[in-house]
Design a protein around this ligand. Sequence first.
Ligand code: PMP
Length: 405
Amino acid sequence: MSFDVQVVRKEFPILTRTVNGKPLVYLDNAATTHKPQCVIDALVDYYSTCNSNVHRGAHKLADEATRRFEGARDIIATFINAPSRNSVIWTSGTTESINIVANGLSQLLVAGDEVIVTSMEHHANLVTWQQACARKSAVLKIVPINDQGELDLIEYRKMLNARTKLVAFPHVSNALGTINPIVELTKAAKEVNALVLVDGAQGIAHGDVDVQAIGCDFYAFSGHKIYAPMGVGVLWGKESVLEEWPVWQTGGEMISTVSYSEATWNTLPFRLEAGTPNVGDAIAFGEAVRWFSSFDLPSLQVHEKALIDYATQKANEFDGLTIIGDARNKVGVLSFVLDVGHPADIGFLLDKQGIAIRTGDHCAQPLMNRFNVPGTARVSFAIYNTLDEIDVFFDALRKVKAMLA
Ligand code: PMP
């Protein structure tokens, strides 16, 4: 489908609402995206017509629910070019996906092993590895970044060695917008036979994710960052790796046989999906990805680039504004500080004018320290944002600055 932003906007009921008497300008899409009507309908339709538990029911509704649920898995598998649907594991989101891997890894690590992450991690992809390493006296190494917010690839290569068991990095930084060279990072890690996890929370909605082309072992993402509901996500993993991965939670669905003294495990994907899954949200996730995939991806990328280029140009012209993170390759995320006022004040005063942004440390406290800022104000774009909204935003920011000065 060709791309017309005004047509797209009509699909999002929330965009017609007002906030504090002003039309909503929603620029907090890295935190979560809104949902098009078809996704809302998919959720309502599931609960209205075939709500049932999946896989185990001997009746029509269970059958229909299972078909829709597994159909959604197929849609996701195709979207990320997974070689097998069995390697798509439903989770509650990126955080749980990373925890499944970290929990398993902590059982495999021995003292002196090394794990590498970067300076730009979301806490979900940092604290998790801190904990996994601490349990086994393993060493956590942090790849430095330059002042633009780009990884230091020379230092990264120096960190890799035979003790490196896993490397984890974000596809895209939520706080800076940097798109990392994930194929290059993965290739280097593979030279020392390390496992690779890509935190795809911010990457999934911005490009053509192809897990086979990346060459990673795990790619983790959340539905709510790509127009699907909250509370559902995916851990994709190489089938050969997942088959051997220590089980995460135990309970129903993930077992094959059980006696009073022991149990054997189900095959993939179920062995890593204990208990009743989030069926309705998974189905709506499938619908979101079907909807998103119906657009011409290059047109979406052109739109997003036009937004970030225009916003960056206006930011550069704005007196007293400093951009935090101006990588050469970045998505529609603009993080900044002003010479007056705390980011929290900026967010509060923008909200009074109907504009939603995110302020604070963006779950990346060490990164804020790296840039020597208490936090930033962050504008982040989605498919439905317009150049006009950027004008509205900067006009409002001018008023905010006058108030704070
Ligand atoms: N990693 C990154 C880069 C993120 O942006 C986020 C969400 N802000 C997460 C991990 C965690 O995602 P979730 O809260 O959906 O589990």
